[in-house]
Design a protein around this ligand. Structure first.
Ligand code: SAM
Ligand code: SF4
Ligand code: SF4
Ligand code: SF4
Length: 454
């Protein structure tokens, strides 16, 4: 019996296709030979004779080594015996389907790689660094059935992962049902939570879920947590400990603001001692004008932190399965020595390493409005709402989701910059918020690239 291996996602793209391992997110870029071959195999339900014919008749080469590798990895139960009459019929139909699938000429990924959803914007805390502006403003929330249908559509489009944020997502009234159904769909999902006041029923669903990983926000194991999040770190640890005791994989996330390096080392030590394998530190996004008393670190500070943390982890935990990643947009601007190494990028890599907004991700607000990135929360009034349009239609046609396409910046310094191929003068949301309609005249004010002498 033919079976397309569910461990892999295969997507046709304008440059060929991509094959993604659902478990480790490894991505293999495919050229047209490989992508047509795989599409033909998929549509002919694993018939090798048919796939060879279709691939050749469309002008591609099915004999290359990668095709054989793909066959083994992605398909099982391939067959190549079929009666001649049926073969002609299958070849005809498969060819028609391949021609339809490969007709997209738009230089955009066929679907996002990830979607972020905000089931509620309400939150029980008031972290002083929070980027979400419209918390607790009573914004209309869409119902759980709608969220489930969105996640199903995303899964069917080949979206790789869902991130559930907010507000505090565990405060969404129908969160239990949402989590259960998402786990049933089987898409890789994370839910990020402050861990305070999470219902027991929600915790149980998370502990028993196969596809959902909870990420808890925590800033420091001392008073700074209370200052930054308004809650004692021990209150967050209660929830984390309950999950760890039940052998549930959890992760921790901090934002680099007022903490010292020692504060991060303490969290790292605690993670390792308690079997937590992934800890991430995000750079602070300074987009919410109402944030106060937050120490806004430069990208260069973030680089120094990254290097010191890498050294700390290497010196203490080299042989342990633990990873501390530092994450954020535009951090590369603190690495001037890499400026000229970036010229050779594949089509896929250009999407993958650029600003992800509308290129590899979209974000869906609690009322169904679709943003290319939440950082546009205060800059645009979305034209796409998921209650009135399909995800695929918004992804390909919405004016704001596609605002990053084909608009080279006119900043002279950037036109000579090696990073411009992915950077295009930096974060458009930040530039909009600072320069308004003159945004295209200025680069991102946070760029430190040409100011650094290392
Ligand atoms: C907006 S929160 C929503 C989920 C949940 N309420 C929480 O705090 O975990 C999602 C993540 O963004 C992080 N975050 C909040 N404000 C940020 C900012 N200005 N820059 C970078 N990350 C931020 C939070 O620490 C959290 O890990
Ligand atoms: S970071 Fe999360 S917990 Fe803190 S105020 Fe924002 S939404 Fe609430
Ligand atoms: S903002 Fe301009 S100068 Fe800075 S990294 Fe981006 S392209 Fe280069
Ligand atoms: S819009 Fe800005 S914050 Fe959002 S993904 Fe792009 S660079 Fe990052």
């Amino acid at each position: 019996m033919y079976k397309f291996n569910k461990d892999y996602i295969f997507r046709v793209e304008y440059f060929g296709g991509i094959l993604i391992n659902r478990h480790n997110f490894q991505i293999l870029e495919l050229d047209y030979n490989e992508a047509v071959w795989l599409t033909a195999l998929e549509y002919s339900k694993g018939n090798v004779t048919c796939a060879k014919r279709v691939t050749q008749e469309l002008g591609y080469n099915p004999e290359i080594e990668v095709c054989k590798f793909i066959n083994k990895k992605v398909l099982s139960g391939i067959y190549d015996k079929i009666v001649q009459d049926e073969l002609e019929d299958i070849v005809f139909k498969t060819k028609e389907k391949c021609l339809t699938v490969f007709k997209q000429k738009d230089k955009k990924l066929f679907a996002p790689l990830e979607i972020t959803i905000y089931p509620t914007l309400n939150c029980n805390l008031h972290c002083r660094f929070c980027f979400v502006k419209n918390r607790n403003k009573g914004i209309k929330e869409i119902n759980v059935e709608k969220w489930i249908s969105i996640v199903k559509e995303a899964y069917d489009m080949g979206v790789l992962s869902v991130s559930i944020l907010g507000g505090e997502p565990t405060q969404y009234k129908q969160i239990d049902k949402l989590l259960k159904e998402i786990d049933e769909i089987g898409i890789n999902t994370t839910i990020t939570s402050n861990g305070v006041a999470v219902k027991d029923s929600t915790k149980n669903i998370l502990v028993n879920s196969k596809h959902i990983i909870p990420i808890f926000s925590l800033q420091a194991f001392n008073d700074k947590n209370k200052i930054l999040m308004g809650v004692d770190y021990k209150d967050i640890l209660v929830t984390i400990n309950q999950m760890i005791k039940k052998d549930k994989e959890v992760r921790i996330n901090s934002v680099y603001i007022n903490q010292s390096e020692k504060d991060f080392y303490d969290i790292i030590d605690w993670c390792v001692a308690n079997g937590i394998k992934r800890y991430s530190i995000a750079s602070y996004v300074n987009i919410n004008q109402s944030n106060q008393d937050v120490n806004n670190k430069s990208f260069y500070d973030f680089r120094i932190l990254t290097e010191n943390i890498d050294n700390y982890v290497m010196s203490k935990y080299k042989d342990i399965d633990f990873e501390c990643s530092t994450e954020g947009c535009m951090i590369y601007s603190a690495y001037p020595e890499l400026e000229n190494d970036i010229l050779e990028l594949t089509e896929f890599e250009k999407h993958y390493y650029s600003c992800r907004a509308g290129k590899t991700k979209i974000e869906i607000y609690s009322n169904g409005d679709v943003y290319p990135c939440i950082c546009f929360e205060n800059e645009i009034s979305p034209t796409g709402n998921i209650c009135t349009k399909k995800l695929t239609e918004i992804w390909h046609n919405d004016i704001f989701v596609n605002m990053f396409k084909d608009k080279p910046s006119s900043v002279e310094e950037c036109s000579k910059c090696g990073f411009n191929i992915i950077c295009n003068s930096g974060c458009l949301a930040v530039r909009y918020s600072k320069y308004g309609l003159k945004y295209n005249l200025y680069k991102d004010p946070r760029c430190v690239l040409h100011n650094l002498i290392l």
